[in-house]
Design a protein around this ligand. Structure first.
Ligand code: FUC
Length: 328
């Protein structure tokens, strides 16, 4: 059996708790349609998702575990054009629009609807936005569905419909530390990313439009290796030639996380000085204490056609699935 129940606590507010037969527990919040906890039933329960010890901490810091959008990453110069019409978005990141701007989808309190059956349980989060919110055109309904299955997969399904052409490139900003303790750096985690190229970035982390082969660079994770102390904030261009796109294994090898997505890229962001000392569930965040695994369209796609198309049009509803699976 899998199940979902609604709980309320003073520190976390309303949460939805998903459980499966193996005793895995996933907790999500309507605040930002956010992933709070993913507790693996080993030892006394190992929570592999980094997060604050209160929902207010999450709201203030914004991105931990949250649904990010309408456009994940940076819109360079806070402007984009669709069908010849230019739109202006907010400057919340040194001349660029980061993660949807000041009021990204992470700042919405989403409506929640639960479902459960023998093999899976979950929550459908929905939020509606008016034309022009944050500078993005279209009255848009966004949905994110979290589904926990009995085989320890957590799927995040993104859907959206609009009444006029707009941009949509969502992600989830969950930070992971497979030791369960963000006071420990992730440096000895083993990582494999099935990507032979990264998108090249400028100093301000916007993309240049070029792609770089990973061979011989610090971005080469095509064979499993320790992530080390390198700081990453880079879009890996997924080859999509294997069963999964990315795999992370805990230093004690007791937990392995595989990620499979239909999106063309994954941004790996390893936390640095900006996050050090944050009041996490397990105490103050270490330098390099977690990694965000953000599947998405390649940042800058609105500008660089070679990366694809993130235009959402009325006649083509958006649908995308990323599946995270734990092996323990
Ligand atoms: C990631 C990065 C950013 C940023 C943020 C918290 O997605 O690309 O640089 O600092 O999340």
């Amino acid at each position: 059996m899998t199940s979902v129940k609604q709980l309320t606590s003073d520190t976390m507010g309303t949460i939805y708790e998903l459980t499966n037969e193996s005793g895995t527990i996933v907790r999500v919040s309507p605040e930002g349609a956010r992933l709070l906890d993913w507790v693996i039933p080993i030892e006394e329960g190992r929570d592999i998702v980094a997060g604050y010890d209160s929902i207010q901490g999450h709201i203030d810091a914004r991105y931990y575990g949250a649904t990010i959008g309408p456009v994940a990453g940076r819109i360079a110069g806070t402007r984009f054009t669709i069908d010849g019409k230019e739109y202006q978005t907010e400057d919340n990141d040194g001349g660029n629009t980061l993660h949807g701007g000041f009021n990204g989808l992470d700042t919405d309190t989403w409506l929640a609807e639960t479902f459960e059956d023998q093999t899976k349980a979950g929550v459908i989060f929905t939020t509606d936005r008016r034309d022009g919110t944050g500078g993005f055109p279209g009255n848009v309904r966004y949905q994110v569905t979290y589904t926990l299955s009995n085989d320890n997969a957590l799927s995040l399904t993104y859907d959206a419909v609009t009444d006029q052409a707009t941009l949509f490139n969502p992600t989830n900003h969950g930070y992971f530390n497979l030791t369960g303790d963000t006071q420990k750096a992730i440096d000895t985690h083993l990582v494999q990313i099935n990507a032979n190229h990264v998108a090249e970035t400028n100093e301000d982390v916007t993309t240049t439009g070029a792609k770089t082969a990973v061979a011989g660079t610090k971005f080469d994770f095509t064979k499993e290796r320790e992530i080390g102390d390198t700081l990453l904030d880079d879009p890996f261009l997924l080859d999509h030639e294997q069963e999964w796109d990315l795999q992370v294994t805990s230093p004690d090898q007791k937990v392995r996380l595989t990620v499979t997505t239909d999106r063309p890229a994954v941004v790996i962001y390893t936390t640095g000085t900006g996050e050090v000392g944050a009041a996490m569930k397990t105490g103050p965040m270490a330098n390099h204490g977690a990694m965000a695994i953000e599947t998405q369209g390649v940042p800058g796609t609105e500008k660089f056609q070679q990366f694809g198309d993130i235009t959402l049009r009325p006649e083509t509803p958006f649908h995308s699935v990323t599946t995270y699976r734990v092996h323990f």
